[in-house]
Design a protein around this ligand. Structure first.
Ligand SMILES: NC(=O)c1ccc[n+]([C@@H]2O[C@H](COP(=O)([O-])OP(=O)(O)OC[C@H]3O[C@@H](n4cnc5c(N)ncnc54)[C@H](OP(=O)(O)O)[C@@H]3O)[C@@H](O)[C@H]2O)c1
Length: 317
């Protein structure tokens, strides 16, 4: 009976995580919501097939005392013996997509860092302190293409500065956690921490113009998450679209990519739209292609890929 924790579970991708995880009565799901008073009708409907193994817990990931109480509640709910195998730090905001690097609202950036970075950091820290994370835990930080330096470099005009900065910081957090949680006395060498970009998905954040249905994105992510091995620790996975299927492939953090020569036409010419080259819709940015060939390997157009790791295992929906 694996135990999953999903933050931001009342709508969007968090809700779809719960819906798909509830298809198996083997799963125990701790579905976390910002406010227990908000409308939870969709969530209740989503976990109906596995009602007896689902627990709705209150966790405002922008509030340290709320996360602290939540971690204690998890300990009580699991009763000491059972541990969390999958922690999905999904809750986030993109509240000021119109802001650019020259118009950042200090309070807005602080708010996004608080929810999008400190939230996953403290959720992980406090759950660790309560002793409820399994030694083999998979900790999944929901990032964004906008958290990638390489992708952001190719977006003109630049978009969603505050959100992008917060997701870049989240990726850095993943790298930090992936090292520290492996230390003796913490989780040890078998835990895995990753960042993952769900693709451009039709949710309130993604908007109606997005290209993926939540079902596709979550189906692919769950496959990838379930297939994670110890060697995946610290990596950043992103959705790509291949010839006939949506795949998840790994990318890297903070690589010095010079996309100036990248020719999107030389990249995968697919019958499906490519999320990295879609035009701006509903405030979400176009995502530049990192110029991959049909097998997902970087082409020579990426001239300065000093730190680019090989593209890894794909996961088809
Ligand atoms: N959709 C996309 O295209 C896309 C693309 C790249 C990355 N992402 C990432 O994927 C994740 C899910 O996004 P989404 O599209 O599902 O967004 P969404 O539709 O806006 O849903 C966001 C969820 O996060 C919750 N949340 C926000 N602030 C919270 C807080 N302080 N405490 C607890 N919960 C909070 C919301 O709860 P309330 O209802 O209470 O506000 C909601 O459940 C996010 O990390 C996002 O950055 C999404």
């Amino acid at each position: 009976m694996p135990v999953y924790v999903v933050t931001g579970a009342n709508r969007g991708l968090g809700l779809e995580f719960v819906r798909q995880l509830s298809q198996s009565t083997d799963n125990t799901v701790l579905a976390c919501v910002r406010s227990s008073s908000s409308d939870l009708a969709d969530l209740k409907q989503a976990y109906k097939p596995n009602e007896s193994n689902t627990h709705v817990l209150h966790c405002n990931t922008g509030d340290l005392s709320s996360i602290q109480s939540f971690a204690k509640e998890v300990q009580k709910t699991l009763g000491g013996d059972r541990k969390i195998e999958f922690l999905i730090n999904n809750a986030a905001v993109n509240s000021k997509p119109e802001q650019t690097s020259l118009s950042i609202g200090p309070d807005d950036l602080t708010n996004e860092i608080r929810i999008n970075v400190l939230g996953p950091a403290k959720t992980t820290e406090f759950l660790l302190a309560e002793g409820v994370l399994a030694k083999t835990a998979r900790i999944v930080n929901l990032s964004s293409g906008l958290g990638s330096m390489a992708v952001s470099l190719g977006i003109m005009p630049r978009k969603c500065a505050t959100y992008s900065i917060s997701k870049g910081a989240l990726n850095s957090l993943t790298v930090q956690q992936s090292g520290e949680l492996r230390e003796e006395g913490k989780l040890g060498p078998k835990c895995v921490v990753i960042s993952i970009d769900p693709g451009w998905v039709k949710t309130r954040m993604g908007g109606e113009g997005a290209i993926l249905e939540p079902k596709e994105s979550i189906g692919g992510m769950l496959k990838a998450i379930h297939g994670l091995g110890e060697g995946d620790n610290g990596k950043f996975y992103t959705y790509t679209v291949s010839r006939s299927a949506v795949e998840l492939k790994s990318s890297v953090f903070f690589s010095l990519l010079d996309l100036a020569d990248a020719d999107p036409d030389k990249a995968m010419s697919d019958d499906l739209p490519h999320p990295l080259t879609e035009p701006v819709k509903d405030g979400m940015p176009a995502r530049p292609t990192p110029a991959l060939d049909r097998d997902g390997h970087p082409t020579t157009a990426l001239a300065h890929t000093a730190f680019l790791e090989p593209i890894e295992r794909a996961c088809r929906t």
